[in-house]
Design a protein around this ligand. Structure first.
Ligand SMILES: *[C@@H]1O[C@H](CO)[C@@H](O)[C@H](O)[C@H]1NC(C)=O
Ligand SMILES: *[C@@H]1O[C@H](CO)[C@@H](O)[C@H](O)[C@H]1NC(C)=O
Ligand SMILES: *[C@@H]1O[C@H](CO)[C@@H](O)[C@H](O)[C@H]1NC(C)=O
Length: 464
């Protein structure tokens, strides 16, 4: 628009000059320009203002409120859940008191989130008021400038565009066929946009004895075991375990009463016992790295029997390719198991993938086997943990003692890799030894220097 106005303007001057000079030899002519010169400066300043305006509103700001709203909604759902647990469990005594305390903590979290939401909405309101004033000013400025468009180039162009659009609209209506059904997104939950919490933060019955372990809830529980929590502490050298502990409810794991231990083998370690902390329970079976073997082990909790399947040749085990940060590693984290909406996964690596993460499906057959695999460019040593949600692999790194950052994602559907996620996890202890997502309650379960911690995963099928 700037250039078309200018060219019309220069062409007009040129024609005026030309016609005056060629007619008479002695004729002296004065060029009288009836028009005011085109105010280039004004156009430039509007342009700059528009640019600044554009930059002050980012798409991140626009999704901020949505993300906070989703977070509040998640917490309210959980609050409702906890209240019904309290109603069912209330013995007027111990469990009742624990449930009540959980609800108090949740209320406090909801209040914090609401406070954040209020602030964000206030600052957005200010921003939109300022922007509206600026837009009004720019519109007026442009209307003034249009007065220079004597030949009505711009207004004619605009009229043309309008007609073209109408024409296209008409054609479209004529050809309109029934809409094809929109394809279902591969996971209705969408992608991870935020993590709130911690929601639960507690020592276990073991106290501070074992700093490596894992805990969670079975996302595909056996009937009657829906409320159960499982806990595995690496009770030998921070590396090995030979039993899994179950609690009937959240209150009982927090208070540390009435656990049921199921033993995999009587000694620790021995063939087919647990090696490394990144264990998960899925479909009433425990999946973990087999002792001293590059294999996936499955412990059937009801039959107490172990079956296994080997990883591809040369896959790292026995502390060859652990997770890490700076100069430290999380020992024996060669294998990392994960659960999500589509099932069960294992993360590991091999020398021929240069120590970069490989992701494989774990199929539940008997014995278990590996399904499809994906090779990523994420160097395993640069991540502290990985987990899956909605078919997307996420990786964390150590930011500082208070913060773990979810920085990386790999979408198994599109193979898109991102290294710019910046979703923060508020830590209560320095290290997170295991981290897993439960698609059933959409929580992240972490084991952090002997503490069990959980977080709300906020997923959104919005574009980001
Ligand atoms: C405003 O920003 C968007 C996205 O960054 C860009 O596509 C668009 O061209 C910008 N508009 C102006 C007037 O700078
Ligand atoms: C509009 O913007 C111009 C240039 O920035 C400024 O000089 C003028 O005062 C503004 N007018 C209003 C009504 O804000
Ligand atoms: C565990 O064993 C039982 C009995 O054989 C079987 O029905 C069940 O499918 C097994 N679970 C898994 C996860 O293999």
């Amino acid at each position: 628009m700037k250039s078309s106005l200018l060219s019309v303007w220069t062409a007009a001057i040129f024609l005026a000059l030309y016609s005056q000079t060629v007619r008479g030899k002695d004729c002296v002519c004065e060029l009288k320009n009836a028009q005011r010169p085109f105010p280039m400066k004004q156009l430039d300043s509007i342009h700059t203002a528009a640019d600044r305006c554009n930059r002050s509103i980012t798409s991140t700001q626009l999704t901020e409120v949505d993300v906070l709203m989703l977070g509040v909604q998640r917490r309210l759902d959980q609050l409702e859940n906890s209240v019904s647990v309290l109603e069912n469990e209330d013995d007027g005594d111990l469990y009742g008191a624990v449930s009540l305390r959980i609800i108090e903590l949740e209320l406090a979290e909801v209040q914090v989130l609401l406070g954040k939401l209020k602030n964000t909405i206030r600052s957005h309101k200010q921003l939109s008021e300022i922007t509206a004033t600026k837009l009004q000013n720019m519109t007026e400025g442009m209307q003034e400038l249009e007065a220079f468009d004597r030949l009505q180039v711009v207004s004619k162009q605009r009229e043309n565009r309008r007609l073209m659009k109408e024409l296209a609209g008409c054609q479209h209506e004529l050809q309109a066929t029934p809409q094809p059904p929109t394809p279902q997104p591969h996971c209705p939950q969408g992608q991870l946009v935020n993590v709130n919490g911690p929601r639960i933060y507690s020592l276990t019955q073991h106290g501070t004895s074992y700093s490596y372990g894992a805990w969670g809830k079975d996302p595909k529980p056996a009937p009657g075991k829906e409320d159960m929590y499982w806990l595995v502490a690496l009770t030998s050298s921070n590396v090995y375990a030979n039993y899994v502990r179950h609690y009937s409810s959240l209150s009982t794991i927090l208070v540390g009463v009435g656990p049921v231990d199921t033993t995999i083998a009587s000694s620790n370690p021995t063939t087919n016992t647990i090696m490394g902390p990144n264990v998960v329970q899925y479909g009433d079976a425990l999946y973990y790295g087999c002792y001293n073997s590059p294999s996936v082990c499955r412990f059937n909790i009801s039959t107490r029997s172990v079956t296994n399947t080997p990883l591809p040749q040369n896959s790292g085990f026995n502390n060859k390719f652990p997770f890490g940060h700076l100069d430290a590693t999380y020992i024996y984290t060669d294998l990392d198991f994960a659960t999500d909406e589509s099932g069960l996964w294992v993360v590991y690596t091999t020398p021929d993938n240069f120590g970069n993460v490989i992701l494989s499906e774990v199929l539940e057959g008997s014995p278990p086997s590996l399904g499809r695999s994906w090779r990523t460019s994420l160097h395993k040593r640069t991540a502290t943990n990985t987990f899956m949600a909605c078919g997307v692999l996420y990786a964390t790194r150590f930011q500082d003692k208070q913060t773990e950052e979810i920085f990386y994602s790999f979408d198994t559907e599109t193979r898109e890799e991102r290294y710019d996620l910046k979703i923060h996890l508020k830590k209560m202890q320095t290290n997170i030894q295991s981290l897993n997502y439960n698609p059933r309650d959409r929580m992240l379960y972490a084991y952090s220097d002997s503490y069990i911690v959980s977080y709300d995963a906020v997923l959104c099928s919005c574009n980001r």
